[in-house]
Design a protein around this ligand. Structure first.
Ligand code: MN3
Length: 201
C-alpha cells in the first residue's frame, strides 16, 4: 500500500522492489503451482491451510505449501505492518499498555524483539504474537510462522501481531551484513495503527 521508495532511507527502494516483485512473487507462483495439484486445499483460507499442513500426508505437496504458502502469508502480513516514517504513528494506548504489562516497557519489548530477530540463525522471522491472550516474542526459520501448528517445534504458536523478515534478501543490498542496523531502522517504519488493529482483532 505504498511506493517502493516510501520507506527510504530505512528500507531502500531497490530492496523493496526486488523483495516484493521477485521474492514475494516467487512464493505466490510456487503456492499456486502446488495448489493446482490439490484443488480441494485451494478452497480454504490460507491461515487455515497453514494450520492444517500436518494433515497433508504427501510430503512433495506439504513442503511447497509450507515454504511458498508461508512465504506468501508472511510477506502479505509484513507489507501491511510497514508504513512511511511520516505515517508510522504511535502505538495505541491499549496496545502500549498491553506491551508494558507483558514486557515491562515499550523499550524492553523492542530490545527483546530485536534480540530475537538478531539471533535467528540464517533465514527467518521474528514475531510478536498473541497466545492464549498473552503477548509473546518468538522466531521461526525459513518461511515458517506461528500459525503452523505441529511443524515448528522450537517456536511458540499464536496469532501474529507484528513480524520482521530477517532473510538477507530483506536488507542485504543496503545493510550488507549489518542485520542489527536493519532491525534498528525497522522501528521507524512500523505501521502502529495496523499493529494496534491486529492486536484488537
Ligand atoms: Mn522476504
Amino acid at each position: 500500500p505504498y511506493d517502493f521508495a516510501a520507506l527510504e532511507p530505512h528500507i531502500d527502494a531497490k530492496t523493496m522492489e526486488i523483495h516484493h516483485g521477485k521474492h514475494h512473487a516467487t512464493y505466490i507462483a510456487g503456492l499456486n503451482a502446488a495448489l493446482a495439484k490439490a484443488p480441494d486445499l485451494a478452497k480454504q483460507p490460507l491461515e487455515e491451510l497453514l494450520a492444517a499442513l500436518p494433515g497433508v500426508a504427501d510430503e512433495t505437496l506439504r513442503t511447497p505449501l509450507r515454504n511458498h504458502g508461508g512465504g506468501h502469508w508472511n510477506h502479505t502480513f509484513f507489507w501491511e505492518t510497514l508504513a512511511p516514517a511520516s505515517k508510522s504513528g504511535e502505538p495505541s494506548e491499549a496496545f502500549a499498555g498491553a506491551i508494558s504489562s507483558a514486557f515491562g516497557s515499550m523499550d524492553a519489548f523492542k530490545k527483546a524483539f530485536a534480540e530475537a530477530a538478531a539471533k535467528r540463525f540464517g533465514s527467518g522471522w521474528a514475531w510478536l504474537i498473541l497466545q492464549d491472550g498473552k503477548l509473546k516474542i518468538t522466531s521461526t526459520p525459513n518461511q515458517d510462522n506461528p500459525l503452523m501448528k505441529g511443524l515448528v517445534p522450537d517456536a511458540e504458536l499464536g496469532t501474529p501481531i507484528l513480524g520482521l523478515d530477517v532473510w538477507e534478501h530483506a536488507y542485504y543490498l543496503h545493510y550488507q551484513n549489518r542485520r542489527p542496523d536493519y532491525i534498528a531502522a525497522f522501528w521507524n517504519v512500523v505501521n502502529w495503527d495496523v499493529v494496534a488493529e491486529n492486536f484488537a482483532k
